[in-house]
Design a protein around this ligand. Structure first.
Ligand SMILES: NC(=O)c1ccc[n+]([C@@H]2O[C@H](COP(=O)([O-])OP(=O)(O)OC[C@H]3O[C@@H](n4cnc5c(N)ncnc54)[C@H](OP(=O)(O)O)[C@@H]3O)[C@@H](O)[C@H]2O)c1
Length: 265
């Protein structure tokens, strides 16, 4: 085993595990991957990402520095019970919706360092906006490991456990709201007789450019004003959105996500 590199065991080899595995710096981390028995998937992961895989991940837990739980939330109870007596100070990270540090700590030996990482689907392109929260026993060095791991899938921000519960609706669910807007605009664009490819190019780049403008930290209201000359055509469009209370619609949509997540958790 490499002494300087940190050893990471992924339990779960699906979409999220693969997004992380693809981007993780192999000079810093040695990756081992286990799953629920899907041999073909494990073979694909080994070949595609040039990492080690195992059919017996339980035997490996005690040799690891970091365990990443990359399986569905509903499998966590069983897996946490299985690893609890093999854990001795390893950092345990979950990427599962609804499984916060408080829950992990309640299921693992006292003093276990734990973290909750909440990416979004853009992780597969390395463009996730990921939230993470720490449990009570994570050292400064372990926090650096977490950030070195999750920078593999994009940008990240440390928040509290409660904030992840509240803000997953924004970073995790609201991309779907943006895709709905894109769908509507693409349909309208197609009506002008351009091809599907052209419509996608127009809309995707318009949204990407707007996101880049937001990333300059300019105020969204000022950016809208920059586009809209008073009394001009964009202002007429904005008035329709304001009259129909887009702001309120957004609040309702986010609230619906939060309410549903609370019921599921
Ligand atoms: N996909 C996303 O964009 C996204 C975003 C945010 C959070 N997440 C979270 O990431 C986690 C994984 O999601 P995913 O999209 O990667 O799912 P996925 O593609 O369906 O993969 C799930 C993986 O978990 C493994 N697994 C399931 N039950 C297991 C068990 N009892 N023991 C060991 N391994 C088990 C499966 O094993 P087999 O290979 O044997 O089937 C599979 O490799 C979920 O908790 C999800 O909430 C995903």
């Amino acid at each position: 085993m490499s002494k300087n590199k940190k050893h990471v065991l992924f339990i779960g080899a699906g979409r999220m595990a693969q997004a992380l595995i693809e981007g993780i710096n192999k000079n810093e981390f040695v990756i081992l991957v286990g799953n629920n028995g899907n041999e073909q998937r494990l073979n694909e992961v080994r070949v595609t990402y040039d990492v080690e895989t195992t059919n017996h991940w339980k035997l490996e837990v005690s040799k690891m520095n970091i365990i990443i739980l990359a399986m569905p939330p509903e499998s966590h109870d069983t897996i946490l019970a299985e690893i609890a007596d093999r854990i001795d100070g390893q950092l345990v990270i979950t990427v599962a919706a609804g499984i916060g540090p408080t829950y992990l700590e309640s299921k693992l030996p006292k003093g276990t360092p734990v973290a909750w990482v909440m990416p979004n689907t853009a992780a597969k392109l390395g463009k996730s906006m990921t939230l993470y929260a720490l449990g009570q026993n994570v050292s400064g060095e372990q926090q650096k490991w977490i950030e070195a791991l999750i920078c593999a899938i994009g940008e990240y921000e440390k928040v509290t456990e409660q904030q992840i519960h509240e803000l997953t609706a924004v970073t995790g669910s609201a991309p779907a709201f943006i895709y709905r807007v894109a769908e509507a605009l693409e349909k309208i664009t197609l009506e002008s007789g351009v091809s599907k490819e052209q419509a996608r190019k127009l809309v995707a780049n318009m949204i990407a450019g707007s996101a880049e403008m937001l990333k300059t930290n300019a105020d969204p209201a000022e950016l809208a004003d920059e586009v809209a000359t008073p009394g001009g055509s964009t202002a007429a469009g904005l008035e329709v959105l304001d009259t129909n209370d887009l702001n309120h619609l957004m609040i309702d949509a986010i609230e619906a996500c939060r309410q549903k997540a609370m019921v599921q958790e």
